[in-house]
Every structure is written in structure tokens, then in C-alpha cells.
Ligand binder design. Structure first.
Ligand code: SR1
Ligand code: MG
Length: 404
């Protein structure tokens, strides 16, 4: 008989965590002797996160447990617990070639859906840092290199074709992909109960939803997302999924990981750079910080290309020439622009908005959101004619300046 996880699943609570750790020597051994202090710090939409420490002054261990529902703005719907397994699976793969770009991974409990990993207490969420006007040198470059490692080592460039196919089959993630297909690549372009925005954006939202060219292009991106199994992408690489500080840049939360188009990960980064730039512009941050944000797209793209170029001589199938690489990279670039547009649009008029914009006072909030929407629409519709990061960013900068 099938059971309903919402009624039968018993999430761990703070009081149970010390016993849970003591039952597992591999976890207990990661901490020094002494009483354990446990705090629940989850602030995302999908999970609870326990931090376990002996010494409150030193990083300890994080236990992340998925819950059988999604919760945003007090609304919720059921969601598979298996997403924790998908996240653990991604960490298991990534640690072989991108260990410096992910948290240290300590294992997965498939019965309680708990991932054990490094406590990143000394790092900050990149979005939080950008919101505060804090630059982090090297963050964009690190994430560009991270995406290049994924693009090489989980694709037919770095894996034998049989192995790549088996790995793709073991990496299907239908429920989480469905969230992206709906929330990112469908609903924002329809009248849907999930969507919301400031009333000042109504005309822009109506116009976007009525635009047949926008529908066609989002359809192209959605179809590519559904069918283009290039590599085991992170699947949700926005600035809230990146931690920075202490000389490190670390991608977290790969629960949306699946075999999809590489440009989707770059696009998520770029969209959130555009959003961060809109915030910095409206808050009139100093020129150095604004230049730092403006460099996220070009710097991540350069790092992606450089890292891929470094790995390219190691490709397994020499049938793929250097000329092929240039063509392939060009299609990743255009995908990246398209997915950046889709991610930016959904953060303005879809379901899950972002603190960069939502914590601004009016009228800055709606004016920033409007500038992001206009810039995103331009990137979406013009992407076949945008050949360089400088050109892409010039269009974003123009929209920001026009609506200032
Ligand atoms: C219902 S989950 C909403 C969003 O949060 C995640 O981080 C993904 O971006 C998803 O689209
Ligand atoms: Mg997340």
C-alpha cells in the first residue's frame, strides 16, 4: 500500500540530532569529544538544516534533511523527498573533479533523507554579500570554472559514451525538473495563481505575456531544457546557491541537478548578476562595487572558456576538433543568454522572487524590477545577435540607465 509522505514522514527535530550523530561513528568522528550543540538554520524553500558543533566558535557539521513539501510565502505543495538523494548524488560526482567548488561531503542517509556535509559557517551567501554591497573577488571566475568542469567531466568530452549514458540514466530528477519547467519556463508567461508582482509592473507583465515572440523563444528554451542532456548541471546556480568568503567560493544546493543544457547554469548566474546590478544601481552603490557586479557575466564567461580550453586536450574522443569546440561554446553562450533572461523574468513576475529586489523601498523596488524585465526581454529576443559579454552587458547597462 502506498503511504502519504506528508502524513507519515517524521522530520528530525533539534532534540533528536545529538542522538542521530552519536549513532553514526563516521559522523561522530568528524567532531571533537564533548557535548553537541545543535541549531536549525534552514531558511530556504525546501529543507531543514541543522548545524552541529562542539565548540560554538568553530565550524562543525551540517545535516540537511529534505521535507516532503515546498514552502514559499506560506503556501506549499507536496514534493518528493528524493531531492536529497539527487543533491547527494551531485556532490558524489562533483567531488571527483570540482572538490574546491563544493562543500566537503560526508555522506547520505537514504532512510532519513539526510545529507551530511561541511559547516560553511565562515562563509556568506553570495546574494547576501552582494545585497550588502560587498564585493568578492574571484567569485564569478570560480563559478565559471566550476561550470566548465561540469561541462567537461560529466559529458561525452570527459566520459566514455557508455558511462556517460549510464550516469545520465542514474541522474534523472523528474520532480525537481518539473518545478523549473513550470516556475521558470512556463508559468511566468501565463496568468497563473503562483505569479505575483508589484502593481506598477502590470503593463510590462501583460505586454510580455502577450508577445508571441517571447512565447516562441521561451518555448525553445523549455524544449532544450527538457531534451538537451549535455551534462550533470547544478540546475539552480543562482547567487543564493553560492557561498563566498574565507578565500573560498562554494556552490551549494544542487538538488535540481540533472542532465541538461550547460547554458542553464551560466544563465542562472548571469540573471542574478543582472538583478544584483539593478539593486546596486538603485541604491547608488559606489562605482567600484557596480563595476564588480558588471564584471560577473564577462568574468564567469571568460573563466568558463579558459577552463574548458585547459581541459579540452584531455577529451576522450578526438573526433571533436578545436573548431567543433568553438561552435559548441557559441551555442552555450546563446543558451546562457536565453536562460539568463528566463531566470530574470521569473524572479520579477513569477513565484519565487529575490531579496535583492524585494528588500528595496518603493519606488526603487518596482523601478529596478522593471529595468530587469526590460533587459531580460532584450536578451531573450536579441540573443542571436549578441556575440560578446561586452555587448550583452552594455544592453543591461542601457536599460538600467534609461529607467533611472
Ligand atoms: C518552489 S522552489 C522555488 C525556487 O527555489 C529554488 O531555489 C528554485 O530556484 C526554485 O525555482
Ligand atoms: Mg536552493
Amino acid at each position: 500500500m502506498l503511504t502519504d509522505p506528508i502524513t507519515t514522514y517524521q522530520p528530525l527535530d533539534v532534540g533528536q540530532i545529538a542522538a542521530y550523530v552519536h549513532e553514526q561513528p563516521a559522523l561522530r568522528g568528524l567532531l571533537a569529544a564533548g557535548a553537541l550543540q545543535v541549531d536549525e538554520v534552514g531558511d530556504g524553500n525546501l529543507n531543514q538544516v541543522f548545524v552541529v558543533r562542539n565548540d560554538p566558535a568553530r565550524p562543525g557539521l551540517v545535516l540537511k534533511q529534505s521535507l516532503p513539501w515546498v514552502r514559499v510565502h506560506g503556501r506549499s505543495w507536496p514534493l518528493t523527498l528524493e531531492r536529497a538523494r539527487r543533491e547527494a548524488h551531485a556532490y558524489e560526482i562533483y567531488q571527483h573533479f570540482a572538490a574546491e567548488f563544493i562543500p566537503r561531503y560526508h555522506g547520505f542517509d537514504g532512510e532519513r533523507y539526510v545529507i551530511a556535509m561541511e559547516d560553511l559557517a565562515d562563509l556568506r551567501v553570495w546574494r547576501t554579500a552582494l545585497n550588502a554591497g560587498e564585493p568578492h573577488a574571484g567569485a564569478a571566475e570560480a563559478m565559471g570554472a566550476f561550470v566548465a568542469r561540469i561541462a567537461f567531466h560529466t559529458s561525452d568530452f570527459g566520459l566514455p559514451p557508455e558511462e556517460r549514458k549510464l550516469q545520465a540514466a542514474a541522474s534523472v530528477n523528474p520532480e525537481l525538473c518539473r518545478i523549473t519547467e513550470d516556475l521558470v519556463l512556463s508559468e511566468p508567461y501565463t496568468e497563473h495563481e503562483h505569479n505575483w508582482h508589484h502593481p506598477a509592473l502590470q503593463a510590462l507583465a501583460d505586454d510580455l505575456r502577450a508577445d508571441a515572440d517571447v512565447h516562441r523563444e521561451i518555448g525553445m528554451l523549455k524544449h532544450r531544457f527538457l531534451t538537451h542532456a549535455e551534462a550533470l548541471i547544478h540546475g539552480d546556480l543562482h547567487t543564493g546557491s553560492v557561498m563566498v568568503g574565507d578565500g573560498r567560493v562554494v556552490a551549494i544546493d544542487p538538488e535540481f541537478a540533472f542532465y541538461g543544457p550547460i547554458g542553464f547554469d551560466l544563465g542562472a548566474l548571469w540573471a542574478n548578476a543582472i538583478i544584483a546590478a539593478a539593486r546596486a544601481d538603485r541604491l547608488e552603490r559606489d562605482a567600484t562595487f557596480r563595476a564588480h557586479v558588471a564584471a560577473i557575466l564577462p568574468a564567469s564567461w571568460s573563466a568558463f572558456r579558459a577552463e574548458l580550453g585547459r581541459l579540452w586536450p584531455q577529451r576522450l574522443d578526438r573526433f571533436y576538433t578545436d573548431a567543433f569546440l568553438e561552435r559548441w561554446v557559441a551555442h552555450v553562450w546563446r543558451d546562457g543568454l536565453g536562460y539568463a533572461a528566463a531566470e530574470a523574468i521569473r524572479r520579477m513576475i513569477g513565484y519565487a522572487h529575490v531579496s535583492d529586489i524585494e528588500t528595496l523601498e518603493e519606488p526603487a523596488r518596482s523601478s529596478a524590477a522593471a529595468a530587469v524585465l526590460r533587459a531580460a526581454r532584450g536578451l531573450l529576443l536579441e540573443r542571436d545577435r549578441i556575440d560578446t559579454p561586452a555587448d550583452a552587458w552594455a544592453r543591461v547597462a542601457d536599460e538600467l540607465a534609461r529607467s533611472r
